[in-house]
Ligand binder design. Structure first.
Ligand code: ADP
Length: 510
């Protein structure tokens, strides 16, 4: 993939995520506002319903009382009582008529008696009677209402309202409007003086702190000089609204998952990109490295061909054969590197595991390696104490592992003469192999990345040591495939110790 394409892809990912994030935030904010408004609306409706009912109740109660005083309570429960009330009313109206015009009463009655003889007249008479009764009742009611209006404005709120009823009315109204939160309310006067206070499921101290107050004037249609207000507070309203946001939890989680997936994808893309660059470098370097021995060998072959073996002095022959041997050795080392590189491409392990005595294997490697070390004035100390050293290993790859580590110790020995210590011992069912040197060491930061593919310590170049940064990555991969672990202890200018642990075969023996 081209660098440009990668950057466009990354930019698109970042932009879409930012857009998604802001849309989400907006959506949540909008919902908070809607939930809040709905709540406020429900509370206001409840309060309005409450004060309407309170007003109605007061009026009804007063009327009932007033009419009761006037011996007309309206509380007739059966037909007989109804009849009695009708009679009472009729008598009252009659007496009222007599009282207003006593002189006419006699004539009135006698003329009525005469007229009552026909059905038509009787019905008209009854109609008139009812009309009179109706207008009288209306007058009584109007007078009562007037008296009530006049009287109630002068009465104090605590006399007008039955607070126990108010508790129930308010609670029911809130409940009917879908609000079941704990609340407390107060009835206060204009100056804010509390006339009555009620707590529903709310501890007192919690109530004091909250300032989210819903206020509704009691008797809003009266022009009183000292109006009273109903104030309701929901101390847990914020929690309620926060709680209702839990429905967004899945979408928030999904957004974060998308973020994580995006980050992982971006990291993988860049890693892959870097790996590609490094791989190309490796191939370029390797081709160059392979070319040199090949051209030297072909040159030697050419010399042999041109001069003819029989015409050459034994010294030149020895020289040419030495060159060919050294160069083929170099070639085989490079080919081995390419093979090691190829190992990383394979997903599945391709180890050919056989039962091998690790002590013997290491002894052999030390044998072939010691000449190189002693030539440079160094020495190898071997301390192979492991008693159980039989393990299931791939001989070729495991030899490479040990060889790589020893070769690194040699390459990064610095100015000092190398003291290479190789040890084996058993810990539980594991075989531990340590390879320790007194070389240049590895800094703490580098230690973290040393097993990464193509990672090289920058000072490695200072020591003019050729390498591709593949050796330790290969070592780690092979050890892991042997179900083992590898770690290192190192200090700059003091030395490095690699510790490999692999399971021994003891467990599998039956
Ligand atoms: P290469 O040797 O090809 O560079 P390696 O993977 O074998 O790659 O090593 C990675 C880096 O680790 C090297 O560049 C070197 O700086 C550092 N390193 C490895 N082994 C040692 C050691 N024994 N002492 C000091 N540094 C080491």
């Amino acid at each position: 993939m081209k660098k440009r394409t990668i950057w466009i892809l990354v930019a698109a990912m970042v932009l879409t995520f930012i857009a998604l994030f802001f849309v989400q935030v907006r959506y949540i904010r909008l919902n908070i506002a809607i939930i809040n408004n709905q709540f406020n609306e429900s509370v206001r409706r409840s309060l309005y319903q409450t004060i309407s009912i309170v007003e109605e109740n007061e009026a009804l109660e007063y009327l009932a009382k007033t009419l009761d005083d006037d011996s007309f309570s309206g509380k007739a429960t059966n037909q007989i009582e109804l009849e009695e009330q009708h009679q009472l009313l009729k008598r009252r109206i009659d007496s009222l008529a007599e009282n207003t015009d006593p002189s006419k009463s006699k004539n009135f009655i006698s003329s009525q008696a005469r007229k009552r003889s026909t059905i038509e007249e009787t019905s008209r008479y009854l109609q008139e009677q009812y009309q009179q009764r109706y207008s009288r009742s209306r007058t009584i009611l109007e007078q009562a209402v007037f008296r009530w209006l006049k009287g109630s404005e002068e009465q104090s709120i605590s006399d007008r309202i039955n607070f126990e009823d108010l508790n129930i009315i308010l609670e029911t109204a809130l409940h009917n409007n879908g609000i079941g939160l704990p609340f407390h309310y107060s009835v206060v006067d204009k100056q804010g003086k509390v006339i009555y206070r009620y707590y529903k499921n709310v501890p007192n101290e919690q109530a004091v702190q909250n300032d989210n107050v819903y206020t509704q004037r009691l008797y809003p249609n009266e022009e009183s000089s000292n109006p009273a207000y109903l104030q309701v507070i929901f101390p847990t309203k914020k929690e309620y609204i926060d709680h209702s946001l839990y429905i967004f939890l899945p979408s928030v989680i999904i957004v974060f998952l998308i973020l994580i997936i995006y980050i992982v994808a971006i990291v993988i893309i860049f890693r892959q990109k870097n790996l590609n660059v490094m791989k190309n470098d490796f191939i370029n370097n390797m081709t160059h490295e392979l070319k040199t021995p090949i051209s030297t060998i072909s040159l030697a072959a050419q010399m042999l061909q041109e001069k003819g073996v029989s015409n050459m002095s034994p010294e030149s022959l020895a020289y040419i054969s030495n060159v060919i041997r050294d160069e083929t050795k170099r070639l085989s080392v490079h080919v081995e590197k390419v093979l090691q590189m190829a190992i990383f491409e394979k997903e599945n392990s391709t180890l050919k595991l056989t039962e091998i005595k690790v002590n013997t294997l290491i002894k052999d490697i030390i044998g072939s390696f010691s000449l190189k070390v002693t030539n440079k004035g160094g020495k190898i100390i071997s301390n192979l104490k492991a008693t159980d050293d039989l393990a299931l290993i791939d001989e070729v790859h495991f030899t490479n592992v040990i060889f790589n580590l020893m070769d690194n110790a040699f390459k990064y020995r610095g100015e000092k003469s190398l003291i290479l210590t190789v040890e084996t011992y058993n810990v539980k069912d594991n075989l531990i192999i340590t390879i320790e040197d007194n070389g240049i060491g590895i800094s703490k930061d580098d230690q973290k990345r040393i097993f990464e593919k193509f990672y090289r310590v920058s000072t490695g170049n200072l020591h003019n040591v050729k390498g591709f940064g593949l050796g330790l990555a290969y070592v780690k991969k092979i050890v892991t495939e042997h179900k083992g672990t590898i770690k290192l202890e190192s200090e700059l200018n003091i030395g490095t110790k690699f510790i490999i642990s692999i399971p021994i075969l003891k467990n599998y023996e039956l």
